[in-house]
Design a protein around this ligand. Structure first.
Ligand code: MG
Length: 160
């Protein structure tokens, strides 16, 4: 078994949709980025890449490449999971946390879990998404940005 860790942050700005976990969350501001800026999915991509020794999302999908402009991050996660499979790994478990001051995400977490488990082709019971505030502290607390953390475990296919 191998473990990978991922972290990401994006700035919250006006005039952008708030995309988290592959879905649009109603809110007056959204995350700034070259892709759809889905901070949760970026952290999960980096955790998968970390587990399989695959580098990082910025190296795989450079933000200077017009191919990735406004791309759905779910497509990046799909590509990352296929890469892990090609390297001989199966994704075993995903755990993640979004840190966001507003809006409350409790009502959206199940759909995010369904989206992620669908794209990774694993059971929903192997995906966990948590959300919390930063208790008003720092740039997250001031709603200047959103951060996400993820831990992924993978198994070598030959050992299953
Ligand atoms: Mg990112």
């Amino acid at each position: 078994m191998r473990i990978g860790f991922g972290y990401d942050s994006h700035r919250l700005v006006e005039g952008r949709s708030l995309i988290l976990g592959g879905m649009e969350i109603p809110h007056e501001r959204g995350l700034l980025g070259h892709s759809d800026a889905d901070v949760l999915i970026h952290a999960i991509c980096d955790a998968v890449l970390g587990a399989v020794g695959g580098g990082d999302i910025g190296r795989r999908f450079p933000d200077t490449d017009p191919e990735y402009k406004d791309i759905s991050s779910m497509r990046l996660l799909r590509q990352v999971s296929l890469m892990a499979e090609e390297k001989g790994f199966l994704i075993n478990n995903v755990d993640s946390t979004i840190v966001i001051e507003k809006p409350k995400l409790a009502g959206y977490l199940h759909e995010m879990i369904m989206n992620i488990s669908d794209v990774l082709c694993i059971s929903q019971s192997r995906v966990n998404v948590k959300a919390k505030t930063n208790e008003g502290m720092g740039f997250v607390g001031r709603s200047e940005g959103v951060v996400a953390f993820a831990v992924v475990t993978v198994m070598e296919k030959s050992r299953m």
